[in-house]
Ligand binder design. Structure first.
Ligand code: MG
Length: 205
């Protein structure tokens, strides 16, 4: 383990990307420390691509439909929430909003607002995409992982990918879908809920 006092003072443990040949960040006491003008130049050329991530969890309960990526999946339990509780789509919305620096899904669509009671989450995604488009962003790709002990989700991936392809206006190869269990551990392992993690890349010209 390296303490904060070790190694960093002279930049010798700084990532190679910060070398003089690739001065992405200033290094303390280093002659390549950049001016504010140079920083603006870097921002102009580099920050047109942005990465975002989103995480969400919902509890499972009786009497609710199980909807993931807009696909209704036959199961004895469904996800509980103010909207349709589509946990994957919520994580995706948060990833996209986060990439654009636009807050999160709860900020834009609060669960205290009756307007969003029971709403299809793909409609929320549509609104998120409109926000990004208004700011000049388009989606490059998304990659999502569902965490569920049951039901088995991979058989539903083709339908889920189709819905996301339509919603995101992306080719199927730009949509990553994966599923894992928690190996029986914790609340998800006891089938009390489902989680989703999503990362995305957005860009603007
Ligand atoms: Mg949610």
């Amino acid at each position: 383990m390296i303490s904060e006092s070790e190694g960093s003072e002279h930049g010798d443990r700084v990532c190679g990307k910060n070398s003089p040949e690739n001065p992405g960040k200033s290094i303390p006491n280093h002659p390549t420390t950049r001016s504010s003008d140079s920083h603006e130049s870097i921002n102009d050329s580099v920050t047109q691509c942005r990465i975002g991530m989103g995480i969400d969890f919902h509890r499972l309960g009786k009497g609710r439909p199980l909807i993931l990526a807009g696909v209704k999946i036959e199961h004895e339990l469904g996800l509980i929430g103010h909207s349709d509780a589509d946990v994957l789509t919520h994580a995706l919305c948060d990833a996209l909003l986060g990439a654009a620096g636009m807050g999160d899904i709860g900020t834009h669509f609060p669960d205290t607002d009756e307007l969003y009671c029971g709403i299809e989450s793909l409609k929320l995604l549509e609104r998120v995409l409109a926000l990004l488009a208004a700011a000049g962003y388009r989606v490059v790709n998304v990659d999502a992982t569902l965490i569920a002990q049951a039901p088995r989700l991979t058989p539903h991936f083709p339908a889920m990918r189709t819905r996301l392809t339509e919603a995101l206006h992306l080719s199927p190869d730009r949509i990553g879908l994966k599923a894992t269990t928690s190996e029986g551990m914790g609340a998800i392992g006891r089938c009390e809920g489902i989680g989703a993690i999503c990362v995305c890349l957005i860009e603007r010209d």
